[in-house]
Design a protein around this ligand. Structure first.
Ligand code: AMP
Length: 281
């Protein structure tokens, strides 16, 4: 695996490969890798002769009160994982490389970013859309792989790629979970023992929604009240949102007779966790 920190050299290396007709698969990450990330990486390796992974904790997608400084980082461990998987190229730029002095252009996807994490984390998706656009322009991949765990992010990037005619296929990958159902996340690392138990409230409430649907509940209002009460029954939980939304437009749905996604964001202690489940009807 070759590691590049500078855009110029990295581009030069990739352009030779591209000239030779190799399709490129790309997995953008913020590092501190786990099986969720590695599942994306394995799919990229299966589908493409060349696989590129980036590790970049993107400062502009964090608000000043969020965890940019404390976000977990361990480059050597991540690089060893990626090497073992058989990744060809690792792009590991500094914040200054991506946002040099005077940088002033951003990408904004309207509509899809109005609610959910877009409403709760002001500027977050502008930061995500901007960095993903930059990475797509740097790597020019044929395929990008993103997790359904960040469902809104996946939708926002898909819309941006379509709207801007970026010649890349966006591949969504199923959520990878721990044995007990907790969605894997770099932030799980920060959960203390008793918080780890409370973190299960997210997955268990998605299972509760499935049970309610099987029992014939169709009111999202009723399901929401049940989920909120259920999450509050765990210690140290603070709900950021519980929403039932249309899978494509991400607008709230009232009647659960149609396909929908249950989207959750919950603080467990000081750690903000998200999870979701798509219900096809
Ligand atoms: P992050 O490093 O958190 O920015 O995540 C990088 C990519 O990995 C994103 O596309 C995430 O959606 C994806 N990802 C993170 N956790 C999981 C998971 N548990 N299952 C599937 N994909 C994931």
């Amino acid at each position: 695996m070759k590691t590049y920190k500078h855009i110029g050299e990295f581009r030069a290396a990739l352009s030779e490969l591209r000239r030779a007709g190799n399709a490129i698969g790309f997995v953008p990450t913020m590092g501190f890798l786990h099986e969720g990330h590695l599942t994306l990486v394995r799919q990229a390796i299966r589908d493409n002769p060349v696989t590129v992974v980036s590790i970049f904790v993107n400062p502009i997608q964090f608000a000043p009160n969020e965890d940019y400084e404390t976000y977990p980082r361990d480059f050597d461990r991540d690089a060893a994982f990626l090497e073992k998987e058989g990744v060809d190229y690792l792009f590991y730029p500094s914040a200054e490389e991506i946002y040099p002095d005077g940088f002033s252009t951003t990408v904004n996807v309207s509509g899809l970013t109005d609610g959910l994490c877009g409403a709760k984390r002001r500027g977050h998706f502008e930061g995500v859309a901007t960095v993903v656009t930059k990475l797509l322009l740097i790597v020019s991949p044929d395929n990008i792989y993103m997790g359904m765990k960040d469902y809104q992010q996946l939708k926002v990037v898909s819309k941006m790629v379509k709207d801007l005619n970026i010649p890349c296929k966006v591949n969504g990958v199923e959520i990878v979970r721990e044995d007990d159902g907790l969605a894997m996340s770099s932030r799980n690392f920060f959960l203390r023992k008793e918080e780890r138990d409370s973190a299960l409230s997210l997955y268990n409430s998605l299972s509760l929604v499935r049970k309610l649907i099987n029992e014939g509940v169709t009111s999202s209002e009723k399901a929401k009240v049940d989920v909120i009460n259920y999450i509050h029954s765990y210690k140290n939980t603070r709900i950021d949102y519980v929403e039932f939304v249309d899978p494509d437009r991400l607008k709230p749905v009232e009647n659960l007779n149609v396909s929908f996604v249950c989207m959750l964001a919950v603080y467990v202690g000081g750690v903000r966790l998200i999870d979701n489940m798509v219900f096809y009807r």
